[in-house]
Design a binder for this molecule. Structure first.
Ligand code: NDP
Ligand code: MG
Length: 390
């Protein structure tokens, strides 16, 4: 039986992964499932899938998890160290679907033990792309993209030489505020930012789609994963979310990946790779859909895209600073302490101020140094946000 682990099992990607795994009883041996606050879901899935171990990221929820698993034979653990230890358990395929920079350390640990790491946690590549790729290489582990755009590019590249790639186009729906007057963005509410026109995802990535921080992260993810230059990567607004990415080759041809907005496609592709197997996703009726539309992204509406380009130009640990500032600004918006359009200005201020502090951006890319700049950037983002509020 194939051994699998799912980090972030209680989230949107995690639940879609479990949906695919649970359809084929007897094919998988589930090693570890992890969650954070949703103990009832974590315990129910661990028991249903007969997992070896279930881990909550929150120490204070260990007794709740133990109680929920009592008599099931599933081991219970809690805390960030337990997540890393679980990632060290032998597994053939691991899903990295924790949200945020918290996904980096367990993903990195899984890579050190070989096997396949299916990567939904784009923050890992934004914060420490070179470290992730180098660790995978050193341990003969395989990193497979799960983000839909990157899965699409990966699929378009099968049988192609990366040298013949001229450009990579990743599409963006434009999120909740695509057609809002720009001056109204200052008054956008949490509820309005939390509803996506096409995709059903976790709350944080849904808000990041509305601000385009999600696409900004994906620009960096594309550069890290495929090794293309920043000027070769384009963002294209495509409101229908049916074309996920296109690869342009030196002969002028474009290969587009088309599919319904259902993450089970990209998850299933990574789960079954290098094979393709049947998946329970909608088959598109293209005649019924009629047309695909495109437009250029407006950088005044979405300054996050400009910031991502600056981060790619700076290099070093700028991605880790960018991500930490973005996560903190998002926390502040969710807590209603700042306006929607202040998230980008906070991130910009933090990038500027941390860049001026010696020994951060240019420190070597180790897990410790990433954690250190992450800490500094979060503190700085809190300070900037407080100053704005006050
Ligand atoms: P969700 O918010 O739905 O789920 C996040 C998961 O992480 C949950 O299992 C949650 O546990 C757990 N978690 C939360 N905080 C922590 C923490 N501090 N330490 C450990 N675990 C934690 O997110 P999504 O599933 O939407 O996204 C997961 C990742 O995949 C993100 O990196 C996102 O950018 C990426 N992604 C998601 C897509 C989507 O369609 N949803 C598409 C492409 C990429 P609990 O719920 O129990 O609190
Ligand atoms: Mg995506």
């Amino acid at each position: 039986m194939r051994r699998i682990s799912i980090f972030g099992a209680t989230g949107s990607i995690g639940q879609n992964t479990i949906d695919l795994v649970a359809r084929v009883p007897g094919e998988y041996h589930v090693v570890a499932l992890t969650g954070a606050s949703n103990i009832a879901q974590l315990a129910a899935d661990a028991i249903r899938l007969n997992a070896e171990i279930a881990i909550t990221a929150h120490d204070h929820l260990l007794s709740d998890l133990r109680a929920a698993l009592a008599g099931s034979g599933v081991e219970a653990q809690a805390g960030s160290q337990a997540l890393i230890e679980a990632a060290a358990r032998p597994s053939d395929w691991t899903m990295s679907a924790i949200v945020g920079a918290a996904g980096l350390a367990p993903g990195l640990e899984a890579l050190k033990h070989g096997g396949i790491l299916a990567l939904a946690n784009k923050e890992s590549l934004v914060c420490a792309g070179a470290l992730m790729l180098e660790t995978a290489r050193a341990h003969q582990a395989r990193l497979l993209p799960v983000d839909s755009e990157h899965s699409a590019v990966f699929q378009a590249l099968v049988g192609e030489d990366i040298e013949s790639v001229e450009r990579v186009i990743i599409t963006a729906s434009g999120g909740a505020f695509r057609d809002w007057p720009i001056e109204d963005l200052a008054h956008a509410t949490l509820d309005e930012a939390s509803s996506h026109p096409n995709w059903d995802m976790g709350q944080r990535i849904t808000i990041d789609s509305a601000s385009m921080f999600n696409k900004a992260m994906e620009l960096i993810e594309t550069r890290e994963y495929f090794g293309v230059r920043p000027d070769q990567i384009e963002v294209l607004v495509h409101p229908e979310s049916l074309i996920h990415a296109m690869v342009g080759f030196v002969d002028g041809g474009l290969m587009a990946h088309v599919g319904p907005p259902d993450m089970r496609h990209a998850i299933g592709y990574a789960l079954h790779w290098p094979e393709r197997r049947g998946l329970p996703v909608e088959r598109l009726d293209l005649a019924g859909i009629g047309s695909f539309t495109f437009r250029a992204p407006c950088e005044t509406r979405w300054p996050a895209l400009r910031l991502a380009r600056e981060v790619m130009q700076t290099g070093g640990l700028a991605g880790a600073i960018f991500n930490a500032a973005k996560e903190t600004a998002l926390d502040e918006f969710i807590a209603a302490r700042i306006a929607f359009n202040e998230m980008a200005s906070i991130v910009e201020d933090v990038l500027d101020s941390v860049a001026g502090m010696p020994g951060h951006i240019d420190a070597a890319m180790t897990l410790d140094n990433v954690a250190q700049v992450d800490h500094v950037a979060r503190q700085e983002a809190h300070r900037v946000a407080k100053k704005r509020a006050g």
